[in-house]
Write a protein that binds this ligand. Structure first.
Ligand code: PLP
Length: 438
């Protein structure tokens, strides 16, 4: 309560804007999840740059949330925005292709191994499209996803396992059909359940992240990802890897890091430094079958694509991001800082003998107020701490550090520094002291 009161006192301008906003925007925010930021009302920002954001009350925060991965490049990286100025004057949207799209596709091929790429406005769109392609090419109706997954607001994948059956996620507004018709859901790390779901031969695609990141980080057990590949091949199901978040594992995401061989990869968020862009990459076999359909007279009635998708501005931003910001060297530095972050938190936990742990995927780190890592979505959801999770966010926020609002998760960008990481460790140590003594 003390932390909450401090937030209210420190942020009167944010509070005033929020009250004004509530007259014209449901819940006082332009996008519903913005209400999930810690505190009784969201911070209203005046600017964001590098790994920092500033609110309208003049406070600066070290930003480890980075727009829930949208700004994994750091905010407005100079190497991108400097040159984007030129593109601003050269056209923002035309529904005709530009050379940047080819350069982005070539680079994504080099990184992910998939030779063919197309672009959307968001990762959600990329996933929605990937599922359509999978259904079209296999002639099968269903998708298999994991409990605890998140792939955007795609109804077929916006589901949970409840009492052993797939149900639309609680709160999902108006899904058009019962997910029993579209979706199967099993627990992560359970290859037997995957096989049981695939065996009837009605599953077009298995859609998954290579590690779950939306219920905290849940790593694959040894052999699990290889098992998914073998089983999807055996039962004629396409394997779609959603690397929107797991791009934090390296320049080619987990696909390259773990030598995976998916049929389709989907991307978004940080790909264009936060300029809206999603992408899907296709294996040669999938691309050839897809191209056959898209080359005919029905390309514009295939239910794929969008007027602003693949616009020249987003693609210029993506090209510059890949060439200059999310480079091999940048990932090496980001990962070293993430290790520093992890070790700092671990030393505090060990020093106080607390039953907590830390986990990491490349440049993404998370700490949990439970002793062991979760093995699947159910364990991850049960392991969330309704008291300590919000408390740590508010404690840090009041002292100028922003974590990813949905989890105790920190993302490192090329603009993050050792000093920023060490400041977090210092505050985490302080908070751990307060909690341990309470
Ligand atoms: N895929 C994953 C793994 C995500 O975590 C998210 C969003 O959090 C999405 C897709 C959807 O991204 P967007 O909301 O930018 O469309």
């Amino acid at each position: 309560q003390e932390e909450q009161a401090r937030f209210v006192l420190r942020n009167p301008r944010s509070r005033a804007l929020w009250e004004r906003a509530r007259a014209h925007m449901p819940a006082g925010v332009p996008m519903p999840w913005m209400t999930r930021y810690p505190g009784p009302f969201p911070l209203f920002l005046s600017r964001a740059w590098g790994a920092r954001v500033q609110d309208v009350d003049g406070h600066t925060y070290l930003d480890f949330a980075l727009g829930d991965t949208g700004a994994m490049t750091g905010h407005s990286p100079e190497a991108v925005v400097g040159e984007l100025q030129a593109q601003l004057a050269q056209g923002l949207t035309a529904m005709l292709p530009t050379e940047d799209g080819i350069k982005v596709a070539e680079e994504l091929h080099r990184r992910f191994g998939l030779p063919f790429w197309q672009f959307t406005l968001s990762a959600t769109d990329a996933n929605r499209t990937a599922l359509r392609i999978a259904r079209a090419l296999t002639g099968r109706p269903k998708v298999l996803v994991f409990h605890g997954c998140y792939h955007g607001t795609v109804d077929e994948a916006f589901v949970a396992l409840e009492g052993g059956v797939p149900r639309s996620r609680r709160g999902n507004l108006g899904p058009p059909v019962d997910p029993l018709l579209t979706t199967k859901v099993v627990e992560w790390n359970d290859l037997e359940a995957v096989e049981e779901a695939l065996a009837p031969g009605d599953v077009a695609a298995l859609l998954t992240e290579p590690a779950l990141t939306n219920v905290g980080i849940v790593h694959p057990a040894p052999g699990f990802l290889e098992g998914l590949r073998a089983l999807t091949r055996r039962y004629g199901t396409l394997l779609i890897l959603d690397e929107t978040h797991t791009l934090s594992a390296g320049p080619g995401g987990c696909t390259r890091r773990f030598g995976l061989d998916p049929d389709i990869v989907t991307l978004g968020k940080a790909l264009a430094s936060g300029v809206p862009l999603g992408a899907y990459g296709l294996s040669r076999e999938v691309a050839e079958a897809y191209a056959e359909r898209m080359a005919g007279p029905h390309a514009d009635t295939a239910g794929v694509g969008g007027t602003l998708a693949a616009n020249p501005f987003s693609l210029r931003a993506a090209r510059l991001t890949l060439e200059r910001v999310l480079t091999e060297e940048a990932f090496a530095r980001m990962e070293a800082l993430a290790v520093r972050f992890q070790e700092g938190v671990e030393s505090v936990i060990r020093g106080r003998g607390l039953p907590w742990h830390v986990t990491r995927l490349g440049a993404r780190v998370e700490y949990l107020f439970r002793p062991t890592p979760a093995r699947n979505g159910s364990q991850a959801l049960e392991g969330q701490d309704p008291l300590l999770d919000p408390l740590i966010h508010l404690y840090l926020l009041n002292r100028g550090v922003l974590l990813t609002p949905f989890h105790n998760m920190a993302l490192i960008s090329p603009a993050t520094t050792e000093e920023m990481v060490d400041r977090h460790t210092e505050l985490f140590a302080e908070a751990a002291g307060v909690i341990a003594e309470a």
